[in-house]
Design a binder for this molecule. Sequence first.
Ligand code: C5P
Length: 236
Amino acid sequence: MNDTTADRVIVALDFDGRAGAEALVDRLGDACGFYKVGLELLTAAGPDLVRELVARGHEVFLDLKLFEIPHSVAGAVRAAGALGASMVTVHAMGGTGIMTAAVEAARDFPRLKVLALTVVTSMTGGDLADIGVAASTDEQVVRLARLAVDAGCDGVIAAPRETGPLRELLGPGRLIVTPGVRLADESSLDGEAGGQARAGTPGAAFAAGASYVVVGRSVNRAADPVAALRRVAAGG
Ligand code: C5P
């Protein structure tokens, strides 16, 4: 395994309770140092699980997807920082006010990075039109990414196909965290043969400029999660 790449893979603990999450963390052992805890697990298992992961030496991406009034966003970011989280997410669609509130609240927690979500990948151009946004999804992603860095966010969450364009737009200094990656034989996309990284794989995301990839079901539902994680770190 390429250690440098392995350090840049975040495994999503998408479970409905503590037991499943703990079983995966125990099984992965030293193979994984960075976990994403989302709203399902946080709500089901509570914040102690995050504290315990941090106490065991793991980094935690707390995927809160905040979209609230600035005062409440700041409070939630402070709570994430107090738990020892390394990353927290805020919706850029909520505007500059909440992103600035998140960034300012994170200042007390030097390890905590604030990442902005742009347009969630399940949204279509039609969905944007429904909420009064005339831009295409691609245009809106760029607009919101710019807004996020102007507000002081440390980086953005980007779908695999957005990662290259956003790396060009943002330059080398910002974090780009890419979920939605698939191992080559799981991908629905037909990529090139002959050793070229296929579109949507972890390797393609890293090549396009991802700082980290987030992987969920490819690892957390695998019969052999350690082997699956090794494949992710090797590019998928
Ligand atoms: O699809 P997978 O199980 O790998 O998803 C892992 C995590 O990545 C999920 O927790 C989800 O929040 C995130 N994700 C995302 N956008 C996608 C797919 C997954 O943000 N298109």
